[in-house]
Design a protein around this ligand. Structure first.
Ligand code: HEM
Length: 460
């Protein structure tokens, strides 16, 4: 971690002609494999070089950014820094997932889409999804046997997928559910198949692997199902209150109309971007509560005193302890892990020159645990969310949902979901952690525990 002088040094030493400092010629290369298996350790070592650090990977020239002010410059300077889509690595896949969805479009196309989709994720519209969140959580608890040992990360993954599909498609998918599940798992399946994490793809040793037919079949089946869903909605739009209907409804009174291809790509984008991220937020929240009994007691007490039953949208603003616990969990274990950008023209960052084409890495997990911004950063202290140094802390010292124009469109959806699920669980079930309280963490498509989080449940 950069010490407190580093920022000043960087400002003093940096000149717009120089590239940021970094491990020259990559002495770390020999160890890259080891480091990338433990991304947090790797980026902490990089941060020793300063707040903007040049690191050269075999295919990629990158700068890792550790200072919140520079992170703000990158996230807010979206005309210069576009999202990096790993184009250089595209040859490694023969398939693109949702190229016209919100996470892949750029420039005016993205802007128009975002403007169109934003109202569908506003607080007012989201209230309608409250009952889907309650029902799915209660169904999960009902299916648990008292005393059963569960793999929490898997149960939470199924739960968040079920809530998303109900909110996007609003009806019992019946036999079609498996098609949706397979498609939502697709990027992870691709990553599993390569055996490498997102960060490891930067390595030279990855021999391109052709995608297996099995996986393109999953996407073909998804495509066909979505086409059918769109047809069904067009035939009977009044019957449903879901995101798909909202996308079609707007066709009439909006100057911009979405093609079926775009609708398809947005649906798969929401499934992928909103499913595992929220599941990991829940898994890490519960892991932290299992290690911190006082916090767990406070969440339980709040759920019992503030709620008569499952939460309704009107209750959510009263669940302040739950909110702090979740936000503190997102600090220690930010599910997105790292954000990626690309400088589309030459620019300057922190006084250093950033050539056009440089990839920019924003490692949330390193910035979120920097002791310049957080006291005892490794400790789980939900109370800090309200008080400690929050006024003088720079804006982008904490950015689990990103920031600027590409800030997570599902942020309110995710927070609402977490504030439904956590108190329902706290009211209804007791947990005993069976697996390691401090599992290693790996950076896959999301930040994940390297081993399953197992808990024994006792129903109340
Ligand atoms: C705890 C849960 C979640 C976390 C931590 C999270 C995190 C993030 C982050 C960090 C970004 C910014 C990426 C960047 O700037 O490169 C992002 C963008 C995005 N997220 Fe989320 N997300 C979560 C849940 C959701 C949900 C539930 C949905 C959809 C229902 C969703 C849909 C999206 C989309 C579509 C984008 C791209 C937005 C744009 O570029 O305009 N996310 N998310």
């Amino acid at each position: 971690m950069a010490d407190s002088n580093t920022d000043a040094d960087t400002e003093a030493n940096g000149s717009a002609g120089d590239l940021p400092p970094g491990p020259d010629g990559l002495p770390i290369l020999g160890n890259t494999h080891r480091h990338l298996k433990q991304p947090m350790g790797f980026f902490i070592e990089l941060a020793d070089y300063g707040d903007a650090v040049h690191c050269e990977f075999p295919r990629i020239d990158a700068v890792s950014v550790f200072h919140p002010d520079y992170i703000g410059d990158v996230l807010l300077g979206h005309r210069i820094y576009e999202r990096w889509h790993f184009d250089e690595l595209k040859e490694l896949f023969d398939y693109e997932i949702a190229p016209r969805g919100l996470t892949f479009t750029r420039g005016d196309e993205w802007k128009q889409q975002r403007h169109f989709l934003q109202p569908m994720f506003g607080l007012d519209r989201l209230k309608g999804f409250s009952s889907a969140m309650v029902t799915a959580t209660e169904q999960m608890i009902t299916a648990w046997e008292d005393g059963e040992e569960l793999v929490f990360n898997e149960d939470f993954s199924r739960l968040t997928l079920s809530i998303l599909t109900n909110s996007l498609f609003d009806f019992d998918l019946g036999g079609r559910r498996q098609v949706i599940t397979d498609a939502a798992d697709e990027p992870q399946a691709m990553a599993d198949m390569s055996g490498l994490s997102a960060v490891e793809m930067l390595l030279p040793s990855w021999v391109p692997t052709q995608r297996n037919r099995q996986y393109s079949r999953a996407m073909d089946a998804f495509d066909a199902t979505v086409d059918t869903l769109i047809e069904e909605r067009r035939a009977d739009p009044d019957q449903y209150d879901d995101v798909l209907t909202m996308m079609l409804e707007n066709e009439g009174d909006h100057e911009y109309t979405m093609s079926d291809e775009e609708i398809h790509d947005h649906l798969i984008t929401f499934l992928i971007a909103g499913h595992e991220t929220t599941a990991m937020a829940l898994t890490f929240t519960w892991l932290l509560l299992a290690r911190n009994l006082d916090a767990r007691k406070s969440v339980e007490t709040e759920a019992k005193t503030e709620l008569d039953g499952p939460p309704t949208p009107a209750d959510l603003s009263d669940l302040m302890i739950t909110e702090r616990v979740v936000k503190e969990a997102l600090r220690l274990y930010p599910p997105a892990g790292m954000l990626f950008r690309e400088a589309v023209e030459e620019t300057e960052l922190g006084g250093y020159r950033i050539p056009a084409g440089t990839k920019i890495l924003l490692p949330q997990f390193t910035v979120h645990t920097d002791d310049r911004w957080f006291d005892a950063p490794e400790e789980f202290r939900p109370a800090r969310v309200r008080s400690e140094r929050s006024d003088d802390r720079p804006d982008f010292a904490y950015f689990p949902f990103g920031g600027g124009p590409h800030q997570c469109i599902g942020m309110h959806f995710a927070m609402m979901e977490l504030k439904h699920i956590v108190p329902i669980l706290a009211r209804r079930v007791d947990f005993e952690l069976v697996s390691s309280p401090t599992p290693d963490v790996s950076m896959e498509l999301t930040l994940q525990p390297a081993e399953d989080v197992r808990m024994r449940v006792h129903k109340r």
